[in-house]
Design a protein around this ligand. Structure first.
Ligand SMILES: [Zn+2]
Ligand SMILES: [Zn+2]
Length: 367
């Protein structure tokens, strides 16, 4: 057992990520260490680097969704179903912890993702507290963290390819109240949009249309289950509206999923959706600016449901694992996470993620 663990630390917004040594902690009962196989660089990490999220206790070890092998387990540690977890198990964990279960958000409003006590590995946990992020050789799983064994059929590559985007997509599909046969338009072909398209398909959508760019991501969208793809850079909003109306006998989409993070995408979605349909807004994780809405035309007369989607709950994490196990044969989640980077290359990985030259950069802290 090595006494020191290497981790990539983001010292402050816009400062270069640096490698630091951490001491492996003494484990209290009910905790575990995960030896990282893969973490990911997602859009959130790019936002973190730019300092666009509030309440982030820099310095941090980023990497909120991570998978690997349980390296040490102290005392009895079980999964959500009460099954014992053992050293050597391939595992993943739910990045949200310390949700209090007592506040109004947790109890009365039933919106635990808005609990003020909630902390998230790699985002709102400080490096001063220890190994609370996946851009590290090992991650400390404190008592109470939800840990799950990876099903045998789910590879590390498939799990991390799905990553946080898949968990968000599970929540999106839940919020969309998708019905069998629905026409679904997904705006955005990043990790969230790709998984949303895949889940819409396996959830029974009649037609899945993905609008996005660049062409390489649209090719992947087809492999993930999109029936039709539309290149954002080669079409006008008017052409896209015509296409969606063509495919829906002039009515518009039953469900529009915004996973683009653009105020213009939201405005366009209001046009693409049918009367009485639903728009789920999942791409505006940070403030991208204002959109223009006409309350009469877009919402009231259209009898429209506009639903937000913030964060994930345990059931979304577990449902993501179940989807990987059940549908991993037909949906190539492992293709989303294309390029592994070593800890020493993390700054390049962040740059690639921001420039969108890779669909998703992976972190392999042992390479
Ligand atoms: Zn709470
Ligand atoms: Zn993420």
């Amino acid at each position: 057992m090595s006494a020191t663990v290497l981790a990539a630390v983001m010292p402050a917004p816009l400062a270069a990520v640096e490698i630091r040594e951490f001491r492996e902690p003494d484990l209290p009962r009910g905790s575990a260490m995960l030896r990282t196989s893969f973490a990911e660089v997602c859009g959130t990490d790019v936002h973190l680097w730019h300092g666009r999220l509030s309440g982030v206790p820099y310095p941090i070890i980023p990497g909120h969704v991570t998978t690997g092998v349980l390296d040490r387990v102290r005392g009895e540690v079980t999964d959500s179903a009460g099954r014992e977890l053992r050293e050597g198990d391939r595992a993943a964990f739910f990045d949200v912890h310390r949700t209090c279960g007592r506040c109004l958000a947790c109890t009365v409003d039933r919106t635990p993702t808005r609990c003020p006590s909630r902390r998230v590995y790699g985002i709102t946990d400080s490096a001063a507290d220890g190994l609370f992020g996946g851009w590290a050789q090992k991650v400390y799983l404190e008592p109470g963290v939800i840990i799950a064994r990876l099903p045998d059929a789910v590879s590390f590559e498939a799990f991390i390819g799905g990553g946080c985007g898949l968990q968000t997509a599970v929540h999106i599909i839940e919020r969309s109240r998708l019905a069998l046969g629905d026409t679904v338009v997904v705006q955005g072909a990043g990790a969230v949009g790709l998984s949303a398209a895949a889940l819409a398909r396996v959830s029974g959508a009649g037609l899945v249309i993905v609008i996005g760019a660049p062409a390489s991501r649209l090719e992947l969208a087809r492999k993930m289950g999109a029936d039709e793809v539309v290149d954002l850079d080669r079409t006008t909003a008017g052409e896209r509206l015509t296409l969606v109306r063509d495919r829906t006998r002039g009515r518009g989409a039953d469900v529009v999923i915004e996973a683009a993070g653009s105020p213009r995408a939201f405005e366009e979605g209001l046009e693409l959706v049918r009367d009485g349909g639903a728009c789920v807004i999942a791409g505006h994780y940070t403030n991208a600016g204002d959109s223009t809405v006409n309350a009469h035309r877009h919402i009231n007369r259209k009898h429209l449901d506009i639903r937000g989607c913030w964060g994930s709950e345990v059931r979304h994490f577990l449902a993501a694992l179940a989807a990987l196990e059940r549908h991993g044969g037909e949906v190539p989640w492992q293709l989303i996470g294309s390029t592994p980077y070593a800890l020493a290359e993390i700054n390049d990985a962040l740059a690639a993620a921001e420039a969108m030259t890779v669909t998703k950069a992976l972190v392999d802290p042992w390479s």
